[in-house]
Design a protein around this ligand. Structure first.
Ligand SMILES: CC(C)(COP(=O)(O)OP(=O)(O)OC[C@H]1O[C@@H](n2cnc3c(N)ncnc32)[C@H](O)[C@@H]1OP(=O)(O)O)[C@@H](O)C(=O)NCCC(=O)NCCS
Length: 216
């Protein structure tokens, strides 16, 4: 089957993971990156081809690729991550789900679009994953979880059954969230935390058990 073209927007730290994921695990051909911030200084010269800036995206859509993904996210400030998804959808871009072959997604789980699923992720039955969601390496989304739009789950995090993570939240590396907990929107859960209580929106919590560490 002929590979479809895809472009990345933003040269964030996630780019090597995503380039690898796309090239080794999907039927897309990565033709290059659109970058406004000159963030390619973090990579070797020419390691990732830059094909334009976001002002060129309409032309890129017409000429090169109908598919796009975001090559960055952010933890404390995710406004660009959220707005780029909306803006590029309006141009007409598709945000295909990028799913590593060595992950498991139950047939009864539901995925939105622009879902990035890295190696060794498990998405168990009846989990519902929204749009523009990042599931980093080795995280476990147990049965019946609801992960809303623009959420990022850190590597190795484990969410017990029936956990809900409201939109625009970030769950740090290796965090555990016990069954049935709801995490309010735009919250940040620090790396390695154990969450045993509900938290309202805009919470920044960390530790074992997780407690508020600062206000937004
Ligand atoms: C939660 C987090 C965002 C807070 O960052 P910050 O706003 O810069 O916070 P600070 O470093 O100023 O820490 C504030 C306080 O919280 C504590 N704290 C911060 N992160 C913590 C954590 N993960 N666990 C326990 N305590 C933590 C600090 O020790 C500090 O305590 P103090 O006031 O008693 O000195 C950050 O520490 C974190 O955990 N980031 C997640 C990283 C990650 O998972 N990346 C994965 C990408 S896939």
């Amino acid at each position: 089957m002929k590979k479809q073209n895809i472009v990345g927007y933003g040269l964030g730290e996630r780019v090597p993971i995503l380039a690898d994921l796309i090239q080794e695990n999907t039927n897309f051909k990565l033709i290059g990156f659109v970058d406004d911030l000159g963030s390619n200084i973090r990579f070797k010269k020419d390691e990732y081809k830059v094909i334009g800036k976001s002002k060129d995206l309409k032309k890129i859509f017409k000429k090169y690729s109908k598919n796009i993904f975001l090559g960055f996210a952010g933890i404390k400030n995710t406004s660009r991550f959220r707005s780029s998804y909306k803006k590029f959808k309006k141009i007409g871009f598709k945000f295909p789900n990028l799913i590593h072959k060595k992950s498991f997604v139950s047939k009864s789980a539901t995925l939105g679009d622009a879902v990035q699923i890295c190696a060794r992720v498990i998405v168990n039955p009846k989990a519902v994953i929204g749009n523009n969601v990042i599931l980093n390496a080795g995280c476990v989304i147990e049965h019946d979880c609801i992960i809303e739009d623009n959420v990022q789950i850190g590597s190795g995090a484990v969410l017990g059954g029936f956990v809900t993570v409201k939109k625009n939240s970030f769950i740090g590396l290796g965090t555990r969230v016990i069954n049935g907990i709801t995490i309010g929107e735009k919250s940040i859960i620090g790396a390695g935390s154990v969450v045993i209580n509900r938290f309202p929106k805009n919470s920044i919590v960390a530790g074992i058990p997780a407690k508020k560490i600062k206000s937004k």
